[in-house]
Every structure is written in C-alpha cells, then in structure tokens.
Design a protein around this ligand. Structure first.
Ligand code: NDP
Ligand code: ZN
Length: 186
C-alpha cells in the first residue's frame, strides 16, 4: 500500500525541488567541501535530500527543498528575499532556522546550535538531522584535510549533543544518526 505522503508528488512539487536544486547549484558553484579531494559543494545538499528520501522516507517538499537550500544563506551571498521570492515564506523560514548567525564566533555558534535545537520546527529538525548524519559520514569517510583524531571526536560529540536535544522527531532518522555516530573515530 502506498503511504499517503508518497502520493502527493505532482508537477508542481517536482518543479519546485528541481528549481531548488538548480538554485543551490548556482549559488555554490565556486565552492568546495573541506575534504582532501575538495568535492563540489553541491554534493552535500544533494546528500541531505538523498538521506531524507531514501533513508528517512521523508516526502515533504518543504523539508526536501529546505535541505537543498540549507547552506545557501550561511555560506553564499544569497539574500533571504531571493529564497522567499523563489520558494515561499515557509521554505525560507526552515532555511533560516538551520542557518547560524555568522556575526558570532564559531564557539558561540556551536553552543547556540545545541541550545536552540529543541525549539526548532519539525521541518528544521529533519534538515538538521540529515545535515549531521551527512557530516558525520564525511568526517569518517572524507574528513576535512588536517583534522586530528581529537578534532574528529570533538565534532562527533558536538553533533550528538545537537541531535540529543531534538530527539523525538523521526525515529528512523535518529537511528540512522546513531549508526553514523557508532563510527566515531577510536
Ligand atoms: P567546523 O567544526 O565547523 O567544520 C565542520 C563543518 O564544515 C561541518 O559542520 C560542515 O558544515 C563543513 N564541512 C565541509 N566539508 C566537510 C567535510 N569534508 N567533513 C565534515 N564537515 C565538512 O570547523 P571550524 O573550522 O568552523 O571550527 C569550529 C570549531 O572547531 C571551533 O569552535 C573549535 O571549538 C573547534 N576546533 C577544534 C580544534 C581541535 O584540534 N580540537 C582546532 C580548531 C578548532 P556545513 O554542513 O554547514 O557546511
Ligand atoms: Zn550542511
């Protein structure tokens, strides 16, 4: 039997998702991830959407579009008004919820992610879960160049504190996170 959530994709939903993917690809076009091979940045938002659909069976367009756009405000010159005009206020709100305030120093941003996780909307929690799953996998499989073992472990433990603060939103994806965390570098 098909789940109700799986029956909702029509032209409008697919069109919005591909528009979000194309928008993110254009915004991140000159950026690379921090791994030694300098992967194209867009691989990361695609990985979030892949985890949400294929491991979490999340089929909400708002969540998937926000996942594709999740690093545009934080890491590119994107203006919130562009996201609102192209994708609407609901998607903009989720992207804003998962964006750090870059005017704060890094330690404060990390502390605030833990502090604010419980207050996020359900949609933002799902994006945050997928982001941390993907980043733990990246730290295990293709880590930022020059990260020490200690730094990798610190990253795992910080990510777990963020996710522990938002649990109760999606049992399957939380289990996916726990399996990723089980690969914490020893
Ligand atoms: P981060 O710890 O913030 O870097 C990780 C972030 O980079 C991820 O959250 C991810 O964010 C992005 N990213 C890009 N490529 C990769 C990849 N291949 N694998 C994993 N993540 C990737 O690093 P910062 O340089 O910002 O340092 C922040 C904190 O690190 C400091 O506050 C300090 O506490 C700590 N630190 C620890 C050191 C140590 O040796 N123990 C040394 C220096 C700092 P996204 O998905 O948003 O792109
Ligand atoms: Zn991210």
């Amino acid at each position: 039997m098909q789940r109700a959530a799986e029956a909702q994709f029509g032209h409008a939903e697919l069109a919005l998702l591909l528009k979000a993917l194309a928008f993110a690809a254009a915004k991140h076009r000159d950026q690379r991830r921090k791994d030694a091979g300098a992967s194209p940045y867009i691989n990361h938002p695609i990985a979030l959407a892949d985890v949400l659909v294929n491991e979490g069976r999340v089929h909400e367009v708002t969540v998937l579009a926000a996942a594709l756009l999740h690093d545009t405000l934080e890491d590119t010159e994107t203006n919130p008004a562009e996201i609102e005009a192209g994708f609407g206020a609901a998607i903009l709100r989720v992207v804003q919820e998962v964006s750090d305030d870059k005017s704060l120093d890094k330690a404060e941003r990390k502390r605030l992610q833990i502090e604010h996780a419980a207050e996020l909307s359900r949609e933002a929690k799902l994006v945050k879960l997928a982001d941390k799953i993907c980043n733990l996998r990246d730290v295990a499989e293709s880590p930022p160049a020059n990260w020490s073992l200690e730094r990798k472990r610190e990253y795992y433990d910080w990510a777990k504190q963020v996710i522990d603060a938002l649990r109760g939103v999606h049992r399957e994806l939380e289990a996916v996170f726990d399996r990723a965390y089980a690969n914490r570098p020893a």
